[in-house]
Ligand binder design. Structure first.
Ligand code: ZN
Length: 239
């Protein structure tokens, strides 16, 4: 099974998909711009195939007929498009890249193509949620090591919880007595808002990778329950 965003589907001239773990396994990744994701803030502006494989966590392009996408296994896959369908992007946003400003850089990459933030539509695919994302108390300090630090301080109460949020029978079991549960999508939504993206232009697929072993790969789940490495592919393309 795969998932689609209604907001992206409403934009003429583009197509996209968030593939589940099974469809991802048989997807030909050579159809996408080849990048090495490094949990950093860099965004590639794709115009032509680069000579070397770029180490970036997002790709923005206005080239037709070229898929751009990301592979994820708990981090957030963001697919983005201008409302007129002229510019598209894919972004891999985990906590490291987000705290370093990958979302802000993606929005800036649209600005470089004369697309204002309020004209950008964002769809967020499956990711680990606050039912399963237990972190140590010191994790908070790690979030203060980048340009996102002010938002982390300001919204700490919206990002961290003392108990899992809306757990299911398949959610991660608590690992530590002093664990906290981190809301990664909330962190990204705060960054999107600060970058000027309208909340009405954002669609979140509220599906937890850890809680959905039949459909999604989860890095965190594999650390608790060893299994073959799997991941999800999400892509977007101008027709
Ligand atoms: Zn979960």
């Amino acid at each position: 099974m795969s998932w689609y965003s209604r907001k992206l589907a409403d934009i003429p001239g583009i197509r996209h998909v968030f593939l589940d773990v099974h469809d991802s396994a048989v997807f030909d990744k050579s159809q996408m711009v080849d990048i090495k994701q490094v949990h950093g803030p860099e965004i590639l502006h794709f115009t032509d195939t680069p000579l070397e494989r770029p180490h970036v966590d997002g790709v923005v392009t206005s080239v037709s007929g070229q898929k751009v996408g990301v592979a994820t296994a708990d981090c957030l896959p963001l697919l983005m498009a201008s409302g007129d369908g002229r510019v598209i992007a894919s972004v891999h946003a985990g906590w490291r890249g987000t705290v370093q400003g990958v979302i802000e850089r993606a929005v800036s990459a649209f600005a470089a193509q004369q697309i204002a933030a309020e004209d950008i539509v964002v769809a967020i695919g499956p990711h680990i949620r606050a039912c399963c994302y237990e972190v140590s108390p010191s994790f908070y300090d790690g979030l203060l090591q980048g340009p996102g630090a002010d938002a982390v301080r300001e919204y700490r109460d919206r990002l961290f919880f003392s108990v899992p949020q809306q757990p299911t029978t398949k959610s991660a079991r608590a690992q530590a007595a002093d664990g906290q549960w981190f809301d990664l999508p909330a962190f990204c939504l705060i960054q999107l808002a600060q970058a000027g993206i309208a909340s009405g232009n954002i669609e979140v697929l509220e599906k937890c990778t850890y809680c959905t072993p039949d459909e999604l790969g989860s890095y965190r789940r594999r650390t608790h329950h060893p299994a073959t490495k799997t991941q999800q592919i999400s892509w977007i393309e101008k027709i």
